[in-house]
Design a protein around this ligand. Structure first.
Ligand code: ZN
Ligand code: FE
Length: 637
């Protein structure tokens, strides 16, 4: 009998959209996309009554005056009847739906239906990247994944992130949801629309970002019809505009501590407090992959939502638009602009064309460690390990396995890995067999027993010779120090996999493969110097010996992870010998690896202070916070 019975846009002062409907500050109805809806007398009365739970609930609405759902076929024709009931029957029939959600569109289908999931993969051009699921409630989630107390708290928190958790053997979902992945990303409903849909559907749905691969998530109806109609069979739309794009956030427990892998909905635009900083407003433009930007002023740092990789024209435009919107929303005009040293990043080029009193370049790995210092409010020196895929070094080469001494705006490079040549640059990061070949040639002085390895049985002699020629003649074969590249090389060998569908895939699979009981590191050596070099050639040789002897890949991967943890501990020891027992800060995408972090924490003295990310991602999604801090420190010098 309630006038809002089954109304998908119900809300009160405690819940409902904010950031995604807010056009400018302050957060008042006329400044939101609810401005288009005039409240009916009943709603208006609640809105003006201080005793009502809807007193100044800015998105207050009801079926008589508020936003409405409608369902259309992908050809634009209207589907009559109750939109939720009709949407559920389409989903039950294996159809793919585009659903307008809070911060953008989702693409949804029945997670139990292999045919539907395969069709979604084909139409979305998404090979193997896992899809996220939405479960109706905690009980349904518990039938999909193993949930511990910490994960339960994350799942049911108001932010409602996607939580990556261990899949149950008997989980009733199609294997195509997350191929070869022991984890499933699950979230619970976070809008009334989701509640209604999931309650009626009564089974888990795939809910993945509504976009074409690598493009930003679609937020408006016309765009959805133009871009998503080729993927979806029908579209569940509504007439409330989304002002700000905001993807679902992703969290995973890493060594028993929640780590944000993607920071967006539920976390943005809440500021991170950094006392004593940002007397002048700073804009930090972030990196190229998994981009976020950061606006900082007066002890606060606001990270913008996850934008994604800035490879496409659409992503670059979304990045620029989001910065304009965000500066309006926060009400801050940047005076100092920070950017990555890589000259070809879109974020760098954008930074340098924007007016500001100062433009300050910040080295990538320095920024990773500085982000940790900002989060933990550490002003004293730290020993930083920044391990990732790549980041532009001060010498112009690709760094990525750095041990640094960092004190605010200053840093020194203490150690790194022996670099590997990437034949074809970015091509090698997709065709990981090229990195494996480079690592083996290096370890075996050009004469590795390729024919004895399964990976190379599938690769013709022609391409092998070509890659060797490129490396020998140094044609488009930059040297790269990234720790991630060693994970690529070893992953390719262990999985007998010649290519990766997305950055870090081989490393991820390598982690999942690793036998937790295998803890004996392989040998490696250290060449001491101004910048010490970690030489993993002995590791590679030992891995090849084990592979040829028929040891299980799970065993080798376990020992490889133990080796990488031992390398990290060695780097920390080198730094400690020189600078004393400073706090250790670990950052960079490689430390999203639960096994690596668990081993490293076990290897370090229990008394040693280790700073890990809690508020921003340890990958490049957290970089802008560090850039902002370093730029602020340099600007006041
Ligand atoms: Zn009303
Ligand atoms: Fe990085």
């Amino acid at each position: 009998s309630d006038r809002r019975y089954r109304y998908p846009f119900i809300n009160c002062t405690q819940c409902g959209p904010r950031y995604t409907i807010c056009r400018e500050a302050p957060y008042d109805r006329p400044n939101t996309t609810m401005q288009a809806f005039t409240q009916c007398p009943d709603c208006e009365k609640e809105y003006r009554d201080p005793a009502s739970r809807r007193f100044h609930a800015e998105p207050n609405a009801c079926p008589a005056c508020g936003p409405r759902l409608h369902l259309i076929h992908s050809d634009g024709s209207e589907i009559t009847g109750d939109p939720i009931t009709q949407a559920c029957s389409l989903l039950k029939a294996g159809k793919i739906l585009a659903i307008k959600s809070l911060g953008g569109f989702h693409l949804a289908c029945d997670a139990r239906n292999s045919q539907a999931v395969i069709r979604l993969r084909e139409r979305k051009h998404r090979d193997e990247k896992p899809f996220a699921l939405m479960a109706a409630n905690l009980e349904m989630a518990q039938r999909l994944v193993h949930i511990n107390e910490q994960e339960k708290e994350l799942l049911t928190s108001a932010a409602r992130p996607i939580v990556l958790q261990r899949r149950r053997q008997d989980a009733d979902v199609a294997s195509e949801v997350a191929p070869g992945n022991p984890l499933l990303g699950v979230m619970l409903p976070y809008t009334p629309l989701h509640e209604l849909l999931l309650t009626e559907f009564a089974a888990p749905l795939i809910m993945t970002s509504g976009n074409l691969s690598d493009e930003p998530i679609v937020i408006d109806n016309a765009d959805a019809i133009a871009r998503l109609a080729s993927i979806a069979d029908a579209l569940l739309l509504h007439d409330r505009k989304i002002a700000n794009r905001c993807d679902d956030s992703i969290v995973r427990l890493i060594a028993n501590q929640p780590a944000l892998l993607r920071r967006a909905r539920g976390f943005v635009p809440a500021p991170i407090e950094v006392p004593g900083h940002f007397a002048r407003p700073v804009l930090a433009c972030g990196a190229h992959l998994k981009n976020t930007f950061c606006l900082a002023y007066n002890n606060h740092a606001w990270l913008g939502p996850h934008i994604g990789d800035l490879d496409t024209h659409e992503a670059a435009r979304a990045f620029e638009e989001a910065i304009v919107r965000f500066t309006q929303l926060v009400g801050v005009t940047p005076e100092i602009i920070a950017y990555d040293l890589h000259p070809d990043y879109h974020s760098t080029r954008y930074a340098l064309t924007r007016p500001a009193s100062r433009h300050i370049g910040v080295q990538h790995h320095h920024a990773h460690i500085a982000a940790l210092c900002a989060e933990h409010r550490v002003e004293t020196p730290v020993i930083g390990l920044a391990w990732d895929g790549t980041g532009y070094g001060t010498d112009g080469s690709a760094w990525g396995s750095e041990a640094l001494w960092v004190h605010g705006a200053e840093f020194r490079r203490l150690a790194t890995f022996r670099p590997l040549p990437l034949a074809g640059g970015d091509t090698a990061i997709r065709q990981i067999w090229r990195i494996a070949l480079a690592a083996l040639d290096d370890a075996f002085d050009g004469k590795p027993p390729l024919e004895e390895m399964q990976l190379f049985r599938t690769i013709d002699a022609g391409p092998v010779a070509l890659v060797r020629q490129m490396i020998a003649r140094r044609v488009n074969s930059p040297l790269a120090h990234g720790a991630g590249r060693y994970f690529d090389a070893v992953g390719a060998l262990l999985l007998a996999r010649d290519s990766a569908c997305f950055e870090g895939q081989a490393a991820m699979q390598c982690e999942f493969l690793a036998d937790p009981e295998e803890r004996v590191p392989y040998p490696f050596s250290v060449i001491a110097g101004d910048v010490s070099e970690i030489d993993l050639r002995p590791t590679l040789r030992a891995i090849v010996t084990d592979l040829i002897a028929g040891h299980a890949p799970s065993q080798i991967s376990g020992r490889f992870h133990a080796t990488m943890a031992a390398v990290a501990a060695t780097m920390i020891k080198l730094a400690t010998d020189q600078f004393g027992s400073l706090p250790v800060a670990i950052s960079g995408g490689c430390f999203q690896n639960d096994r690596l972090v668990t081993d490293l924490l076990r290897d370090l003295q229990p008394t040693r202070q280790v700073l890990r990310h809690r508020l921003v991602p340890c990958g490049d999604g957290g970089l802008s916070l560090g850039q902002a801090l370093v730029a602020d420190l340099l600007a006041v010098q």
